[in-house]
Design a protein around this ligand. Structure first.
Ligand code: NAI
Length: 392
């Protein structure tokens, strides 16, 4: 079985998730499309890089991501750094002929995303953007029902991603609140996951009409280090700086196929944790998904007898997408790790077989165009067309 040498950039939250996924993938999906070998991990913070080498079981570490890109033994560059670094690393990796798994959102701007897409396309490398939530088996089951026509024509949909980890004004101004590092706030950080899922399930977006808000206007400065996602609070003597991204966004969407919907994302919704939901209505039925109950898909089919028609719960298991690799009994419990393991499996399968993945850098670029249209719409308070990708 082929071995694939991984160079990972960034040693924070996502480095942990991806490292577990590399170890776990062959244990779930056998024969595995490749055996990932954790070769090098890079972080600008040497203490973190060194510690990550030990705890995530890499062979070596560096403080310079170029060491990874320039290493002829590396097959895959895995980008787990804040958003402002993705473009430079990915373009260099593509030019060096490396396959690339890149965390979301793909970039800060559509123009960066376009350069990344073109570099990957022209150098014929396989890419994947880590919108892992769509790889939850229940989300894939919703896709299967839609593709089979079991819901009929899709009429409308609504999606949410609600969290509360930044609702406290003493949560520090980490990189997720600085536009030059993150690009946008709740929109890019969490809203894009729902954009990816609904674009995958329902179809491409044609135009959007959005509102954004920044509720907490300044936060205590955090100079460097990983984002503690609100778990470490600053004391009230820490100097504060303005927040220049959105805390909340809500937008209406018209899809190219005529379906109409809305998406809402906030990190200031007290009581909500990782509340990713969607409900989709078609002419023949509906589906409802809530990530906080991620083994379950709620379904209602119009042709059920009228005296028993209503939402029922399907617990995903061996008869559902990825069920042959995951757990042998429904409702044993799909976790965040499993979504990353499935992502890793699909990525290596694509490298071994067709090279085709989804979401790839072209999808990531399409989502950057949507995000940009959302921000423009919020600014102009009007409907904004989502530009088409022009191949050149
Ligand atoms: P983090 O703050 O936990 O870790 C980022 C690490 O990157 C830090 O250790 C930092 O020192 C390092 N770093 C920064 N610039 C670097 C550079 N030039 N070279 C090497 N290391 C550098 O960040 P986290 O949460 O892991 O986020 C990373 C990426 O993953 C972001 O794009 C984020 O949006 C995405 N993400 C995706 C999630 C998902 O569910 N798919 C969940 C959380 C984050």
């Amino acid at each position: 079985m082929e071995k694939m040498n991984i160079g990972m950039v960034g040693a924070g939250f996502m480095a942990k998730a991806h490292s577990i996924a590399y170890a776990g993938m062959p244990m779930f999906f056998w024969p595995a499309p490749a055996i990932p070998v954790k070769k090098i991990i890079a972080d600008v913070n040497e203490t973190l890089a060194k510690e990550a080498k030990e705890k995530f079981a890499f062979e070596t570490y560096t403080t310079n991501w170029q060491d990874i890109v320039n290493d002829p033994n590396i097959d895959v560059v895995d980008i787990c750094t804040p958003n402002n670094t993705h473009a430079e690393i990915a373009i260099a990796a593509a030019k060096a002929g490396k396959h690339i798994l890149c965390e979301k959102p793909l970039s800060l701007t559509p123009s960066e995303a376009e350069d990344m897409y073109i570099a990957a396309r022209d150098n014929k490398v396989t890419t994947m953007v880590a919108f892992n939530y769509r790889r939850t088996p229940a989300v894939q089951l919703a896709k299967k029902y839609i593709d089979e026509g079991a819901l009929g024509d899709i009429l409308d949909f609504r999606g949410t991603y609600l969290q509360d980890w930044s609702a406290d004004p003493s949560s520090p101004l980490s990189w997720r609140f600085q536009k030059d590092i993150c690009g946008s706030g709740a929109l890019g950080d969490i809203g894009t996951h729902v954009v990816d899922m609904l674009r995958f399930l329902v179809g491409d977006f044609a135009r959007v009409n959005a509102r954004t808000a920044t509720y907490i206007k300044d936060r205590p400065i955090q100079n460097a280090g990983i984002d503690s996602l609100g778990n470490v609070k600053a004391n009230n003597t820490t100097p504060r700086k303005p927040v220049d991204v959105d805390d909340q966004c809500i937008f209406m969407i018209e899809c190219k196929n005529g379906a109409f919907g809305s998406i809402e994302a906030t990190r200031n919704a007290w009581g909500r944790n990782n509340y990713i939901t969607f409900e989709i209505h078609g002419t023949k039925g509906s589906v409802y998904f809530n990530y906080e109950r991620r083994d379950e898909l709620q379904v209602c089919f119009a042709d059920d007898k009228s005296d028993r028609r209503g939402f029922r719960t399907v617990y995903t298991g061996p008869n559902h997408p990825y069920g042959d690799g995951l757990w042998p009994i429904p409702a044993l419990g799909i976790g965040y790790t499993e979504t990353k393991i499935v992502e890793t499996y699909d990525f290596f399968k694509a490298i071994a077989e067709s090279g085709e993945t989804s979401p790839n850098f072209r999808d990531g670029y399409a989502i950057e165009l949507i995000s940009d249209a959302i921000l423009t719409s919020a600014h102009t308070r009007s409907w904004v067309e989502v530009p088409e990708i022009e191949e050149n």
